[in-house]
Design a protein around this ligand. Structure first.
Ligand SMILES: NC(=O)c1ccc[n+]([C@@H]2O[C@H](COP(=O)([O-])OP(=O)(O)OC[C@H]3O[C@@H](n4cnc5c(N)ncnc54)[C@H](O)[C@@H]3O)[C@@H](O)[C@H]2O)c1
Length: 363
């Protein structure tokens, strides 16, 4: 097992990563030094079917445990499920010394974390990530739900008390979801180091990744995320670099439809666009075509569909919560490991997107 410590201005907590460590969850939770009256496991239907009973059995060795299960998928990051979990928490009489266990991927982490941030003005929660993508979402304390008018618009910063990442749970994850999470690992490499990127690019197929390779890659990804969050917990500066590929990515997710395209696939396309602009505007010297071909071989989409207009995407990007006064703070790379923020107006975005789409032959 490897342990990493995340230190932010508001909290310090451990991230435990290892194969089979869920069996030690009681000891790991106890070692954080927090004592709890009751636990509420929040999970989704797919994860519950595989790990729900086992997790209840493990945790019941020490605590009184309740469980609430929401439907799998992005649609559960909703006001309705948020209220439903609160209702269950009240019915189970959770108090200020209770703890929520977020057992699942990024959807569960965001939703359960936001419940923990708001129930009785905030109680503890522990992230037990079960997807590759959650190496990103489980660390850093961003929690929230979607509004019908936009993704992640309602939420809070609330750091978990611990992250317990049992990589053996990734064995039941579909290929599509593995790839989705891998997009965020690629992002972490692009914003941090050429060596990390080179290492990743030696992977020919996610299926063939050994357990130790996977654990190492996750560790490095979490290290990058943790070091950024440590410097800038509330996204006043460098944390925004984690949004590489997300400006167009979020617009793609919203336009294609949540569940139609995974978060990671949308981000993968968004990163191609950001790298194109970085090359043309800032002279980024990355073998962009090589990277694109490698990502294509891994199964990622690398361009937008022709049937959605540039204007539609641009309107979405300008409507993103990160837009300010009609401009978007767009993350570009000067070099691999050297990200910068640049303000783009609606017209800039339109022009760059048209140019990129033309180059890609998808205008
Ligand atoms: N808070 C943050 O900092 C942050 C960062 C990145 C992404 N996110 C959010 O994360 C969400 C995406 O997360 P995700 O990709 O993990 O999606 P997800 O939580 O929906 O999980 C993907 C699918 O895999 C299933 N699943 C999960 N674990 C499994 C397992 N071990 N075996 C089999 N099936 C399993 C789920 O039921 C679901 O159907 C988005 O809502 C995104 O906004 C948040």
């Amino acid at each position: 097992m490897k342990t990493l410590e995340v230190k932010t201005s508001s909290a310090t907590y451990p991230v435990y990563i290892g194969d089979g460590i869920k069996r030690n969850i009681v000891d790991l939770m106890t070692s954080t030094g927090h004592s709890y009256t009751k636990l509420l496991i929040v999970t989704d239907t797919a994860v519950d079917a595989i790990y729900g009973d086992e997790m209840v059995r493990l945790l019941e060795q020490k605590w009184s445990v309740h469980k609430v299960v929401v439907p799998s998928g992005e649609q559960s990051k909703s006001f309705a499920e948020f209220e439903h979990i609160h209702t269950k928490a009240i019915q189970f009489q959770l108090d200020r010394s209770s703890c929520i266990i977020a057992l699942g991927g990024g959807v569960i982490g965001d939703l359960a974390g936001f419940v923990a941030a708001s129930y009785m003005r905030g109680i503890d929660f522990i992230q037990v990530p079960t997807t590759l993508l959650a190496h990103d979402s489980a660390v850093g304390g961003k929690t929230g739900i979607n509004h019908p008018l936009g993704k992640n618009l309602i939420g809070a910063f609330h750091q978990p008390k611990a992250v317990i990442y049992d990589t053996s749970m990734l064995e039941t994850l579909s290929q599509t979801e593995m790839r989705s999470g891998f997009a965020e690992v690629i992002k972490h490499a692009l914003i941090s180091s050429e060596d990390f990127l080179k290492e990743l690019m030696s992977i020919r197929s996610l299926d063939e990744c050994s357990k130790s390779e996977l654990a190492h890659m996750l560790y490095q990804g979490i290290e990058v995320k943790a070091s950024i969050v440590q410097k800038d917990e509330r996204e006043q500066g460098v944390r925004a670099f984690l949004n590489l590929g997300h400006t167009l990515g979020h617009a793609i997710e919203a336009e294609y439809g949540y569940g139609v395209i995974t978060h990671g696939d949308a981000i993968a396309i968004g990163m191609q666009f950001a790298l194109y602009v970085s090359e043309k505007k800032l002279g980024l010297s990355l073998h962009r075509t090589e990277l694109k071909e490698w990502m294509k071989k891994l199964g990622f989409p690398v361009q937008v569909t022709q049937d959605i207009s540039t204007k539609t995407f641009v309107d979405r990007m300008i409507g993103d919560k990160k837009a300010r006064g009609g401009t978007v703070q767009f993350v570009l790379l000067k070099q691999v490991g050297d990200a910068v923020l640049q303000s783009f107006t609606k017209d800039d975005l339109h022009q760059w997107l048209e140019e990129w789409k033309r180059e890609e032959g998808c205008l």
